[in-house]
Write a protein that binds this ligand. Structure first.
Ligand code: ZN
Length: 432
């Protein structure tokens, strides 16, 4: 009899243990079927917590304050020290605690039955989710979210500025930089004409249905009066970049100016009255004024032939581009990193910084353009055209660009909303 009782007791104990084990397994069972998840989740941001069965765990999200210490936070909520230390160790090589930033959300996933913490969820950026597991197996897991790339189009008319038109259409400002890459060689976006129109095809990244950055600008068209510029992004076996509809690169061999966003303070002039020498002296360069310290860029690929100082030029750099053209940049405050005679530089590379060394009245760069050893005005120069795409590559490009052009043709140009018209003057007021 006693033996039977003991056996029965043992069996029921075993049953309890097995049940407990089963519950434990269920707790750490991730990725349940989507039907269950939808039924269980009652939060706006359920997509974040689909790893757990929300019938078993509770979700609490808190905003991290500047002095929150994760270890302390866990300890306050009853997590044992040895587990906290295990987690800190596990996190070290994957996502250290110190990388967690104040002001961001931290989600605590806890067991509904005993409120023990099962995991922490932290999203350092929209692309990743870091899971700090505190259930039976303490570990850190990085989940890279699925990035969906959608092709979108936009078209608008410029009323005030490109910026205003883009923001009126709710377009990301990133697209402006992309447009500069695609069309900046042909269109001066800082001096656009009212009524100019743009049509764009671009790829945008989405995560959890939220729009994020621009992946790439696939094609762009800019219409100013009767002039239409098309720019199509293409990657072939030998070519990569933006091309026009005939397969010529949009990128030119020479940049328009050696400084971004500068104003011309003194043009090329054969009979200029010199402000310091107080006499007529030809100005064989173009002065671009910008704050001292502004980077000066090489207008084309070439080799540095001088990086030195004279009392008139101040610190200056001279670059040989080919057998015909040289450019020279005067009055620098200092040279760019690694700029020495003999060094090869790329177009756009910083070769120095705006200064006022030598004979200069303010912060500017005097840009000099040499053709066959004589200084000329670059505005009058018919610059060498960029090398055209090889004939054997051209058919592939034309085939591709035809499709993009047809897409551009269909991009609807939104007309900007009219700004409210002033009310008709009240007739009862006397005319003055
Ligand atoms: Zn000058």
């Amino acid at each position: 009899m006693a033996r039977t009782k003991i056996t029965r007791y043992a069996i029921s104990m075993l049953f309890v243990l097995l049940t407990a084990f089963a519950i434990d397994s269920a707790k750490s069972l991730h990725f349940l079927s989507s039907r269950n998840q939808e039924q269980a989740c009652q939060f706006d941001d359920c997509h974040k917590y689909l790893h757990w069965d929300l019938g078993i765990v509770g979700i609490e999200t808190l905003k991290l304050r500047p002095n929150d210490v994760l270890g302390q936070l866990l300890s306050n909520r009853g997590v044992e020290y040895f587990k906290i230390n295990q987690l800190i160790e596990a996190a070290k090589s994957i996502f250290p605690f110190r990388s967690i930033r104040a002001g961001k959300d931290l989600t605590i996933v806890s067991d509904l039955a005993d409120s023990s913490i099962q995991a922490l969820v932290y999203e350092p950026d929209p692309y990743r989710q870091i899971l700090f597991h505190l259930d039976d197996s303490v570990r850190v897991e990085v989940i890279n979210k699925d990035v969906e790339v959608r092709t979108e189009t936009a078209g608008g008319v410029i009323n005030q500025s490109l910026w205003v038109s883009m923001s009126d259409l709710g377009l990301p400002m990133e697209l402006i930089a992309s447009m500069e890459n695609a069309l900046g060689w042909s269109v001066d976006f800082y001096h656009v004409q009212k009524g100019d129109a743009f049509q764009l095809i671009y790829e945008r990244k989405y995560v959890d249905g939220q729009p994020l950055g621009i992946q790439k600008l696939v094609g762009a068209r800019y219409t100013s009066g009767n002039t239409v510029y098309n720019s199509i992004l293409y990657k072939g076996s030998d070519y990569e970049g933006y091309f026009d509809l005939e397969g010529r690169p949009m990128k030119k061999a020479f940049l328009k100016s050696p400084v971004e966003y500068a104003r011309i303070s003194s043009g090329f002039n054969m009979t200029r009255f010199h402000p310091i020498l107080k006499r007529v002296k030809a100005h064989l360069g173009t002065d671009y004024a910008a704050p001292c310290g502004t980077p000066i860029r090489a207008v084309a690929d070439g080799r540095i032939t001088a990086a030195s100082y004279t009392s008139g030029n101040g610190n200056f750099v001279k670059i040989k581009h080919d057998k015909t053209y040289d450019t020279q940049y005067l009055h620098m405050s200092r040279f760019g990193p690694g700029i020495h005679p003999g060094v090869l530089v790329k177009q756009g590379q910083t070769i120095g910084y705006i200064g006022q060394t030598g004979l200069a009245t303010g912060c500017h760069v005097c840009f000099r353009f040499w053709k066959n050893g004589k200084q000329v005005n670059p505005i009058n120069e018919k610059m060498p055209p960029p090398a055209a795409m090889d004939l054997n590559q051209l058919p592939g490009y034309l085939e591709y660009s035809k499709g993009i052009k047809e897409m551009l043709d269909k991009v609807i140009i939104s007309i900007p909303a009219e700004h409210p018209v002033d009310e008709v003057p009240d007739e009862s007021l006397p005319n003055s």
